[in-house]
Design a protein around this ligand. Structure first.
Ligand code: GL7
Length: 797
C-alpha cells in the first residue's frame, strides 16, 4: 500500500463510514478512519486464512480464556501489516499527528494481569505461525477498573472502553446461542433432558488477530450476554419503566464486568455463571462448526484441540460430555474419552486461595445436570485408576483443578520450576496416577509488541546489526553476541536506552510533575500488587537506602529512581495499604532536599498494557522479587530482559530459566530457594530473628511504625508492620539482607556504564527463547498435536 493509497482509504472512511469531512474531523474520527483503512487490509488476509483452514481440513485450536488482555490494537495491526510508513506519510500529508492517534485508542483491558496478557500474546503468535485457531472469551462491557489515587489511596473507577465505537470487532448476530441456568433434570435411560429455568443469549463479536507480515489471521470471538426476550412491553405500557427493563439489565449483567481479581478466588455466583456462559457458548459453537464439516464425532480430538486457560473454563469437561451424551446420544464412557482427548488444561498458579472450588449446593442449583455428570466422571475416574484417594468432589465442594486434570489429556505448567512444583504439591497424587499427563510449556511474549513495536530504537539497532529475521525467529538475537564486543555497537545500544529514558522522564515530568534524572538507575516493579510479589520488600529497601543516604548525604551515591506500577484488587486490604504506603513514601522522599537527587519514587496510576509499553524500554533494572515458589512464571520478567533491563530476582518462576539463558553473571540473584522458604517458615519467630540481625531492616520498619510517612496519622501502617514482624508468611524480613546486598551490587555495576551496557545487551541477545512463538510451537507439538497451515504470502508483497 502506498502512502497515497493509504491517504485515499483514510479519507474514504472518514467521509463514508464516519460521516465527517476532513475540516471538522477530531482525533477520534481520524483514529477510526485509519483503523478502518487498516482493518480492510486485514480482512482479506483473515478470509484467506479461514478458506485455507476449511480447504485443508486442518485441525483447529480453541483457546478458552476468561481473559484476553489485548490492550490497544491499532499499532499492532499497522506493524504486523507493515503499513507504518504508509500510515505515517499519509497522515503527515493530512496534517494529523500519528502519535496522538495511537494514544487516543482506549486499552481493551479484558484481563487482570499475566494470565490475560499471555492469552493475548498467544493469539498473536498463533496467527504469526499460521496455527489455525480461535480464541473464545467474554466481551466485558467494563474491563478492569481504572485506578486513580486520592491522597495516596487507590480509587477504582469503571473502565468504559466501549463508550466509543470499537473499531476492530464485527458483530455476529447470527452467532447467537441460548444458554440456560437452573431448572430441573429428567433422566430417560442413560440420557437426560435438562429444563433450565433461566435463559439468555450469547452473541458473538469477532476480532481478527493478524500475525506478523499479515501471513495469517485468526479470530478472537467474544460473547456478549443478551436477554432472551427484549423488554417487557406490557409493563412498559403500564408505566413501570424500571421493571420493564429488568430482564434485559439482568441478562446483561453477565458480560458487564471483569472480576477485578488477580490470584484470589472470587466465590461469586455471578462468576460461576460467567464461566458457564462463555464455556457453553464456545463449545456449542465449536461442535456446530465441527458438525458442518464431519459426521463422526469420534473424529473430534483429531480435528479440534480445546485449551482450558486455567480452571475458569473447567466446566468444559462436563458440558462437553453433556452435549455428547444428552444431545447426541453417545455412550457416557465414550463421551468422556472423546472429551478428554480434545481438552487440555493450563495451570497458572499454586496459591491455594486461587484454586477454584465451587460449593456443591450452588453448582447443583445453577447447573443441576452438570453436577450429576461431575459425580459420574469422578466415579468413573476412581474406577479406572482403582483408588478413591483422589477425588474432584470433596467436602461439599467441586474442586475445579482436579476436575480439569481428570478431564484433560494434557496438563501443563508455565515454567520449569512451577511444573515441577505442580507434580510434587497440588497434583502429586494425580501425577502419580497419570505420570505422562503433566508437561511444561514455559511462557513467552510476542516480540512484535514487546520489542519491535514498543522499542523502535532498539529494534532498528538490532536490524541494522543482524537483519530483520529476528522478528520471525527471536532466537536469531544470539547473532548479536559478537557485536557485544564492538565498542561502537555497545555505545549505540546504551544511547538507545538513554533516549528511551529521556522520553520517559519527560512523560513523567508532564504527567506526574516529578522531575527525574535520566542518568539515574531506572528501577522498575510493575505488576499487580500482591503480598507474594513483595512490593513491600522493595519499599523497605528503598526506605533503608534513603535513611543511609541521609546519614551521609555527600557520599556520591549512585542515583536511582524507583518506579512502581500496579493495581490492587479492590477487596484486598493489605495490597491497598501497600499502594498507599508507596505513595506516602514517594511524597516524603521526593521532597527531601538532602536525598532527592539520589533517590526518588514514582508511581504512575492505572498501570496497564500501554503503560508497560512505555516503561519497559526505558528500564535498567527489573524487579522480580516474589517469594520463591509463588510466582508461577511471570512474563513481565521476559519483556524486561528482552529490552535490556537486568533482573534483580529470586529463583522463582521463569526467573530461573531467564538466569540460565542470560548467564548468572548478568543477573542479580538473591534470596531463598523454594525449599529454603518452606524450611524457614517452620522456624518460629523467623521474622523477628531476621530483624534483630539486620539493623538496616529494623530501622526501616521502625520508620514506618513511627509514622515518618504518615505524620498526620502515625498508626496508619501498623497493620503492615504487625504483619511483617509477627507473621511474614512471605518471608520478606528473612530475604531482606540478601536483597540489600544484591541492590548494592547493582549500584556498583551501574557505576561502570560500559560493563553495564554489555550485560544489558547480553540480556537482549539471550532472550530469544522467551518468544511466545516458541511457547506456541511447544503446545502444538506436545499438547495440541496440531500443525501450522501453509500461510499466505507476505502482506507487503
Ligand atoms: C498467573 C501467574 O501468577 C503468573 O506468574 C503467570 O506468568 C501468568 C501466566 O501464566 O499466570 N496466574 C494467575 O492466576 N495470574 C497470573 O498472572 C493472574
Amino acid at each position: 500500500m502506498t502512502p497515497a493509497q493509504m491517504k485515499d482509504a483514510i479519507l474514504h472512511h472518514l467521509v463514508y463510514t464516519l460521516g465527517k469531512d476532513a475540516a471538522h474531523a477530531q482525533t477520534y474520527d481520524w483514529r477510526m478512519a485509519l483503523s478502518f483503512a487498516v482493518r480492510d487490509k486485514i480482512v482479506d488476509r483473515w478470509f484467506e486464512a479461514t478458506r485455507r483452514t476449511y480447504a485443508g481440513q486442518h485441525k483447529r485450536v480453541y483457546y478458552l480464556s476468561m481473559e484476553f488482555l489485548i490492550g490497544r490494537l491499532l499499532k499492532d495491526a499497522i506493524i504486523n501489516m507493515r503499513l507504518e510508513e504508509a500510515a505515517i506519510d499519509a497522515l503527515q500529508e493530512l496534517k494529523v499527528d500519528y502519535q496522538a492517534i495511537l494514544e487516543d485508542e482506549p486499552d481493551a483491558a479484558l484481563g487482570n494481569g499475566g494470565l490475560g496478557r499471555l492469552a493475548a500474546c498467544f493469539m498473536e503468535s498463533m496467527s504469526t505461525i499460521g496455527c489455525p485457531a480461535m480464541g473464545y472469551g467474554i466481551r466485558y462491557e467494563n474491563g478492569l477498573f481504572r485506578q486513580r489515587f486520592e491522597n495516596g489511596r487507590q480509587v477504582e473507577e469503571p473502565e468504559d472502553w466501549l463508550s466509543q465505537r470499537h473499531a476492530w470487532e464485527f458483530e455476529r448476530p447470527e452467532v447467537s446461542i441460548d444458554i440456560g441456568f437452573g431448572g430441573h433434570v429428567q433422566e430417560i435411560g442413560k440420557r437426560a433432558n435438562w429444563y433450565p429455568s433461566e435463559m439468555l443469549i450469547a452473541m458473538g463479536h469477532d476480532t481478527p488477530i493478524i500475525g506478523w507480515r499479515g501471513r495469517w489471521g485468526n479470530t478472537l470471538r467474544l460473547w456478549e450476554a443478551r436477554p432472551m426476550h427484549g423488554f417487557d412491553l406490557q409493563r412498559f405500557n403500564r408505566g413501570d419503566y424500571a421493571a420493564a427493563a429488568e430482564p434485559e439489565a439482568l441478562a446483561r449483567t453477565l458480560s458487564r464486568v471483569l472480576y477485578p481479581d488477580d490470584t484470589t478466588e472470587q466465590g461469586k455466583e455471578l462468576r460461576l455463571k460467567q464461566e458457564f456462559f462463555f464455556t457453553s457458548a464456545s463449545l456449542r459453537d465449536i461442535l456446530r462448526r465441527f458438525e458442518s464439516e464431519y459426521d463422526d464425532l469420534r473424529l473430534l480430538p483429531k480435528k479440534a484441540a480445546i485449551q482450558m486457560n486455567d480452571t475458569h473454563p473447567a466446566i468444559a469437561g462436563p458440558e462437553l460430555v453433556r452435549l455428547l451424551v444428552d444431545e447426541r446420544g453417545i455412550d457416557f464412557e465414550e463421551a468422556v474419552g472423546i472429551a478428554r482427548n480434545t481438552l487440555s488444561y493450563t495451570n497458572h498458579t499454586l496459591l491455594p486461595e486461587a484454586l477454584e472450588r465451587w460449593d456443591e449446593g450452588l453448582m447443583g442449583r445453577l447447573l443441576p445436570r452438570h453436577l450429576q455428570l461431575i459425580f459420574r466422571i469422578n466415579e468413573l475416574h476412581m474406577k479406572d485408576v482403582g483408588t478413591r484417594k483422589v477425588t474432584a468432589v470433596d467436602d461439599g465442594h467441586v474442586k475445579m483443578g482436579e476436575l480439569s486434570f481428570i478431564m484433560a489429556h494434557r496438563v501443563n505448567g508455565v515454567s520449569a520450576l512451577h511444573t515441577e512444583l505442580m507434580k510434587s504439591t497440588v497434583f502429586k497424587d494425580l501425577h502419580e496416577l497419570h505420570p505422562n499427563r503433566i508437561v511444561n510449556e514455559t511462557n513467552g511474549v510476542t516480540p512484535r509488541r514487546w520489542l519491535l513495536s514498543c522499542n523502535p530504537r532498539l529494534s532498528t539497532l538490532i536490524t541494522d546489526a543482524i537483519g530483520d529475521d529476528w522478528v520471525d525467529d527471536l532466537e536469531q538475537l544470539e547473532k548479536l553476541e559478537p557485536h557485544i564486543d564492538d565498542a561502537a555497537f555497545l555505545e549505540s545500544y546504551a544511547a538507545a536506552k538513554r533516549q528511551n529514558k529521556n522520553d520517559l522522564a519527560n512523560w513523567i515530568a508532564e504527567k506526574l510533575e516529578v522531575g527525574i534524572d535520566p542518568e539515574a538507575i531506572f528501577d522498575v516493579q510493575i505488576k499487580r500488587i500482591h503480598e507474594y510479589k513483595r512490593q513491600h520488600l522493595n519499599l523497605l529497601e528503598t526506605i533503608a537506602h534513603w535513611l543511609e543516604i541521609r546519614d551521609n548525604p555527600n557520599q556520591g551515591w549512585v542515583p536511582r529512581v524507583k518506579i512502581f506500577g500496579g493495581k490492587a484488587a479492590p477487596g484486598y486490604v493489605f495490597a491497598k495499604e501497600i499502594v498507599r504506603l508507596t505513595n506516602d513514601v514517594a511524597k516524603v522522599l521526593n521532597s527531601d532536599p538532602l536525598t532527592s537527587r539520589y533517590l526518588k519514587v514514582v508511581y504512575p496510576p492505572n498501570y496497564n498494557v500501554s503503560l508497560a509499553e512505555k516503561l519497559i524500554p526505558a528500564s535498567d533494572l527489573s524487579e522480580q522479587i516474589s517469594t520463591a515458589g509463588k510466582e508461577a512464571s511471570g512474563t513481565g520478567n521476559m519483556k524486561f530482559a528482552l529490552n535490556g533491563a537486568l533482573t534483580i530476582g529470586t529463583l522463582d518462576g521463569a526467573n530461573v530459566e531467564i538466569r540460565e539463558h542470560v548467564k548468572p553473571e548478568n543477573f542479580f540473584l538473591f534470596g531463598m530457594t523454594a525449599d529454603e522458604v518452606m524450611e524457614r517458615r517452620r522456624i518460629g519467630g523467623h521474622a523477628g530473628q531476621a530483624i534483630a540481625a539486620d539493623p538496616r531492616l529494623a530501622r526501616a520498619i521502625e520508620a514506618i511504625r513511627a509514622g515518618r510517612f504518615s505524620p498526620d496519622d502515625p498508626g496508619r501502617y501498623h497493620g503492615i508492620v504487625d504483619n511483617l514482624v509477627h507473621h511474614d508468611y512471605f518471608v520478606v524480613c528473612s530475604d531482606f539482607t540478601d536483597y540489600w546486598r544484591a541492590q548494592r551490587e547493582v549500584d556498583t555495576a551501574f557505576a561502570a556504564p560500559k560493563d553495564w551496557a554489555r550485560m544489558a545487551a547480553f540480556n537482549t541477545a539471550r532472550s530469544g527463547w522467551f518468544s511466545s512463538d516458541r511457547t506456541i510451537r511447544g503446545y502444538m507439538a506436545d499438547v495440541w498435536h496440531a500443525e501450522a497451515a501453509p500461510t499466505v504470502e507476505d502482506a507487503a508483497g
